[in-house]
Write a protein that binds this ligand. Structure first.
Ligand SMILES: C[S@@+](CC[C@H](N)C(=O)[O-])C[C@H]1O[C@@H](n2cnc3c(N)ncnc32)[C@H](O)[C@@H]1O
Length: 372
């Protein structure tokens, strides 16, 4: 970039030819011609491109602690404010899924979703620090009336990386063992699809080396590893995969490095939030994520006093976990009743309990005839 002008990396001769072409076509200048070309193409590709409203509304603080706030309003206000530029260490969020329930799913809906999401992508890019992370929990969707998956969540990922320069640090998958079989038509009636029980969780960042430390999120060792640690590996051996098992494996590192499959049931059904909603007649938020999801990423990707933001705050689970872990936080929610009912979580003043649960998962193709 020179004097705010972009160097397009084309030769002087090519530039002259382009300028001549633009003038011959009746454009005032080459930039005018290029911008008009871009606009035409963008509209063809994406007829639903959103324009940013010139003036945005005010965000209201509905709950405040020393470290954070629940804000009611459109998070785009916060994300696009120059006051918040490069202030955030982690965006931990779960946007509304599939978006256009009213419209058909499939290409068109995916297209509209991506166009809608671009305004947030721009805001995320504004507020994130260079070594910060963006974590998006996003469920898949089915095309309306067909046992076929929408591509919208992959389109969102591609858009964030290709258009906004985010790096995909590592995809994670959140497996919910308590998920019921759905959609019933294809899974239970036609029996032509299997139970959909994982959400994609895209972990993205501006830099290729964002702040991250996996020693903060260790899982318990497996029984086999516990045995190895007790008896010790005496001699070096090479596995068929080419990996070497050496006496270095004898070292107890305090726990196992977890895989990118996060096994967590979403079975919260009591506690301060539920009681508060019951007492004050609020609807329970229908798309809450479990405490363990923000807990994993907040511990993994931030330090105490870092700023964690959830721009699709819902019932303020991210804010609640950030508060308990000593991080600064903002939970921004557009629906006033969800924003208000989220305050119920903070009535629980006890330290947050982390629970590590062991789930069992069988490999498929069970021989039912010979079962014991
Ligand atoms: C999938 S839910 C998030 C649930 C949350 N993770 C929890 O555990 O409760 C998405 C939320 O985003 C909110 N939302 C959608 N657009 C928004 C916007 N522009 N600003 C703030 N909130 C928005 C919706 O009202 C909805 O509550």
């Amino acid at each position: 970039m020179k004097d705010n002008k972009l160097d397009l990396g084309i030769s002087a001769r090519q530039m002259k030819a382009l300028e001549k072409f633009a003038l011959d076509k009746g454009y005032k200048s080459l930039p005018d011609y290029l911008l008009s070309l871009h606009k035409k193409n963008a509209q063809k590709e994406d007829p639903t491109t959103y324009e940013m409203p010139a003036k945005r509304g005010k965000l209201n603080s509905v709950y405040k602690t020393r470290r954070g706030q629940i804000l009611h309003g459109d998070s785009l206000d916060w994300l696009h404010s120059s006051r918040n530029t490069k202030t955030v260490d982690l965006i931990m969020t779960s946007p509304p899924f599939g978006l256009t329930k009213k419209k058909a799913y499939g290409n068109e809906a995916a297209h509209a979703y991506v166009a809608w999401f671009r305004q947030f992508a721009e805001g995320f890019s504004n507020v994130l620090k260079d070594d910060g992370s963006l974590v998006i929990d996003i469920a898949g969707a089915w095309e309306k009336g067909y046992p076929v998956r929408s591509l919208y969540h992959f389109d969102v990922l591609t858009m964030l990386c290709r258009e906004y320069g985010f790096n995909l640090c590592q995809e994670h998958y959140w497996w919910n063992p308590s998920k019921l079989p759905s959609p019933a038509q294809w899974v239970n009636v036609y029996r032509s699809r299997v139970k959909d029980s994982v959400n994609c969780v895209w972990w993205l960042s501006k830099s290729k080396h964002p702040k991250a430390d996996n020693t903060k999120i260790l899982a318990p060792y497996s029984t086999r590893m516990e045995e190895v640690l007790k008896s010790g590996i005496k001699s070096n051996s090479r596995l068929p995969s080419g990996h070497s098992v050496t006496s270095k494996f004898n070292k107890d590192n305090g726990g196992a490095i977890p895989p990118n499959l996060i096994a967590l049931a979403n079975s919260e059904s009591n506690g301060a939030y539920f009681q508060y909603c019951k007492d004050y007649g609020f609807d329970i938020h229908p798309a809450r994520f479990p405490q363990g999801l923000p807990e994993y990423f907040i511990k993994f990707l931030t330090d105490p006093n870092d700023l964690v933001v959830d721009p699709f705050g819902g019932s303020s689970m991210t804010g609640y976990v950030a508060e308990k872990l000593g991080r600064k936080w903002r939970s921004i929610e557009m629906d006033e009743l969800y924003a208000l009912s989220g305050t119920g979580r903070f009535l629980d003043k006890s330290p947050m309990k982390s629970t590590t649960t062991k789930y069992e998962i069988f490999s498929p193709c069970f021989d039912a005839k010979n079962k014991k």
